[in-house]
Write a protein that binds this ligand. Structure first.
Ligand code: 5RP
Ligand code: FE2
Length: 236
């Protein structure tokens, strides 16, 4: 038996003007979590110092708060920002469930971050970009106050609809071997043609945006993602 499969449609691919009904549709189709990509570009700073994390702007606490009024679903928030600590309080008030920050921007303060996230009743997770070595997250999983999920990016963060990077599966395999009961999430380019490699590497939380929202039968895609994770776990 493995860690429970969690299928998390990325709302980045939804119709933002109808977010509540899009969320409801995904839950009806069998989604476990709703993946919320929080990206901020500080335009002023971006132009002068190039200190943004991703070159895109999506949604923040006000949108999470609005969505929370319509659903009790687990909101799996993926923070692609340079200053995640600033978002702990607003996102917890807004009703976020999971708070996953990037290791690349948290070297100095991850202990405080994890503690604050937990104190607000959210589940702390750490994400890493494709170029970041897996060893960088070990201290966060093995420390006294550990994160409860590792998100392995399988595209460069910033946009939906990109091509899955199979070479990231080595990271997933290494993590699964080291942490048999950890939630391991993969994010970027997941869909029917890529799920088997991710599932057999040991991922159990699957984010899928364009492959689900772009499908003629999203519920069939969600079922397929789930059965691939469950079958891989039975085999191992
Ligand atoms: O974090 C993300 C991008 O930075 C998104 O969650 C991800 O790209 C999902 O979209 P898709 O499944 O279309 O690749
Ligand atoms: Fe994401």
């Amino acid at each position: 038996m493995g860690v429970a499969a969690k299928i998390a449609p990325s709302m980045l691919s939804s119709d933002f003007a109808n977010l509540a009904s899009e969320a409801e549709r995904m839950l009806k189709f069998g989604a476990d979590w709703l993946h919320m990509d929080i990206m901020v570009v500080l335009l002023f700073i971006h132009s002068f110092l190039n200190r943004h994390f991703v070159p895109n702007l999506t949604l923040g606490a006000p949108v999470i708060q609005s969505l929370r009024k319509h659903t009790e679903a687990y909101l799996d928030c993926h923070l692609m920002v340079t200053n995640p600590l600033d978002y702990v309080e607003p996102l917890s008030k807004a009703g976020a469930s999971g708070f996953t920050f990037h290791v690349e921007v948290s070297k100095e303060n991850w202990q405080e971050l994890v503690q604050r996230i937990k104190s607000k009743g959210m589940k702390p997770g750490v994400a890493l970009k494709p170029g970041t070595p897996i060893e960088d997250v070990y201290p966060l999983v093995e420390g006294e106050n550990p994160v409860e999920m590792v998100l392995v990016m399988t595209v460069e963060p910033g946009f939906g609809g990109q091509k899955f990077m199979p070479e990231m599966m080595e990271k997933v395999r290494t993590l699964r071997e080291r942490y048999p009961s950890l939630d391991i999430e993969v994010d970027g380019g997941l869909g029917p043609s890529t799920i088997n490699v991710a599932a057999s590497a040991g991922a159990n939380c699957i984010v899928a945006g364009s492959s689900v929202f772009g499908a003629s039968d999203p519920s069939a895609v969600i079922s397929l993602l789930r059965s691939s994770v469950e079958e891989s776990q039975h085999k191992s």
